[in-house]
Design a protein around this ligand. Structure first.
Ligand SMILES: Nc1ncnc2c1ncn2[C@@H]1O[C@H](COP(=O)(O)OP(=O)(O)O)[C@@H](O)[C@H]1O
Ligand SMILES: [Mg+2]
Length: 233
């Protein structure tokens, strides 16, 4: 089984959008927003993209304050957090702008209710103007529209959509290669039962792969699978 990021449409779209941010013309703001339901592959895609370009990634937590978020961000930047919150903010600004590092902020929904955190993130952006990707669930797109100061800085939007049949085929191929063929009808049943959610598709393909291995099948049909659930029991 290959533990790789399957190049599904959401991944490709996000990558292209991110590249546009990197090569934006002067004057075009450098914030991007990736949004979509849980399990659609946002965090996986972010990890994949920031690893290529050695960006900085931080995931916001419900319990975070500006102080705790900045401490973690300093650590992510490879620094030693200081006691004073302003020192940490300064460190992050300097580190990002000197090295021109894009910043990925995951679970950004948790910023939305906390004005001080939102303002700090905006300050960091304004001081560095490095590409900054905010990642969140569907609500974030709506909520950010009513925050003009943020909204005006976003030039790239990517909606993570449910996987379609073509995506499920791409996931199957990248997980198990070409040696075992999974019938299209079976993959479409999996897509429907997973509601296009990547997390559940990956689990389902893993189960189908195990069935193929146990029974030494090189083709798994919908009939072979029978009425077992793909997920849970
Ligand atoms: N492109 C992908 N290739 C392979 N597995 C993926 C891919 N996208 C998502 N997954 C799987 O689905 C799970 C959920 O994805 P995740 O990125 O956490 O979704 P989100 O951040 O949108 O909630 C991941 O743990 C990973 O196992
Ligand atoms: Mg996530």
């Amino acid at each position: 089984m290959n533990p790789i990021v399957a190049p599904v449409k959401n991944v490709m779209k996000a990558q292209i959008s991110f590249n546009r941010l990197l090569s934006r013309p002067m004057g075009v703001p450098a914030m991007g927003l990736w949004h979509g339901d849980s399990g659609r592959g946002k965090s996986t895609t972010a990890t994949y993209v920031y690893n290529q370009i050695h960006g900085v990634y931080v995931s916001v937590r419900d319990a975070d304050s500006v102080a705790s978020l900045m401490r973690r961000l300093v650590e992510e930047c490879g620094g030693q957090p200081r006691y004073a919150k302003n020192k940490n903010i300064e460190y992050v600004i300097e580190h990002l702008s000197m090295n021109e590092l894009p910043l990925f902020i995951d679970e950004a929904d948790y910023l939305m209710d906390k004005k001080e955190m939102l303002n700090t993130v905006r300050d960091i952006y304004d001081a560095t103007e490095v590409p900054m990707i905010l990642i969140g669930m569907d609500q974030i797109a709506r909520r950010i529209q009513s925050n003009r100061q943020f909204f005006n800085r976003i030039s790239e939007w990517v909606e993570f959509k449910p996987a379609d049949l073509e995506d499920v085929k791409v996931v199957a191929k990248s997980m198990i290669g070409d040696e075992i063929v999974l019938e299209e009808e079976l993959l479409d049943r999996l897509r429907k039962s997973a509601h296009g959610e990547m997390r559940r598709i990956v689990i389902g393909i893993n189960k189908i792969h195990n069935l193929a291995k146990v029974n030494e099948l090189d083709l798994v049909t919908s009939k072979d699978w029978g009425n077992e659930p793909f997920h849970g029991f």
